[in-house]
Design a binder for this molecule. Structure first.
Ligand code: S3P
Length: 168
């Protein structure tokens, strides 16, 4: 089994829930990069966006990604992280990157009432356009693409099956 698994995908695709379940089954550590940033900076992400800027958050995100070591770790990445070439390169070089491919509708149901800055500042149509523009980038960056509309338990099971099959 691979040493470091990074989960990517749009906001609400289930990275954190699936990641926790996957880590539990593999006996790996689970790290949520957004939570690591919030702990490290002692600020919530909406606060970081509002008091500084999205760019400031993107720089933090990159910095925290460079600090992660892929040893028996399942890493949940923020939805925007793989969109930037410098992050996509790190993921491709150091991690087995798994794209949780979830429909926009399922993602939207989970995020529509959230305080995520991009959700607060976008209309549903704008979010769908963002989803459409990011999907090919997730596809390009990943080494494994998993259909993720089903339950987190089923998705975690599918990932383990595929990893064993292909010996990623
Ligand atoms: C973002 C997704 C969020 C968080 C930030 C920006 C994005 O993470 O990193 O609000 O650009 O898609 P989740 O994908 O875990 O919600």
């Amino acid at each position: 089994m691979v040493d470091g698994i990074a989960l990517i995908g749009f906001m609400g695709c289930g990275k954190s829930t699936v990641g926790k379940e996957l880590a539990r089954r593999l006996n790996y550590h689970f790290i949520d990069l957004d939570t690591a940033i919030e702990h490290g900076e002692q600020m919530h992400i909406p606060q970081i966006f509002a008091q500084f800027s999205e760019q400031y958050f993107r720089d933090l995100e990159h910095q925290y990604l460079t600090e992660q070591r892929p040893h028996r770790v399942v890493l949940s990445c923020g939805g925007g992280l793989p969109i930037f070439a410098r992050n996509a390169q790190l993921l491709q070089e150091n991690w087995c990157t798994v794209f949780l491919d979830c429909s926009f509708e399922a993602c939207y149901r989970r995020i529509c009432h959230s305080t995520r800055p991009l959700v607060q500042n976008s209309t549903p149509d704008q979010l769908r356009a963002l989803y459409d523009s990011r999907r090919p980038l997730y596809e390009n960056c990943c080494s494994l693409q998993i259909a993720a509309d089903s339950s987190p338990f089923a998705v975690a099971g599918d990932i383990i099956k595929q990893l064993r099959l292909h010996r990623h």
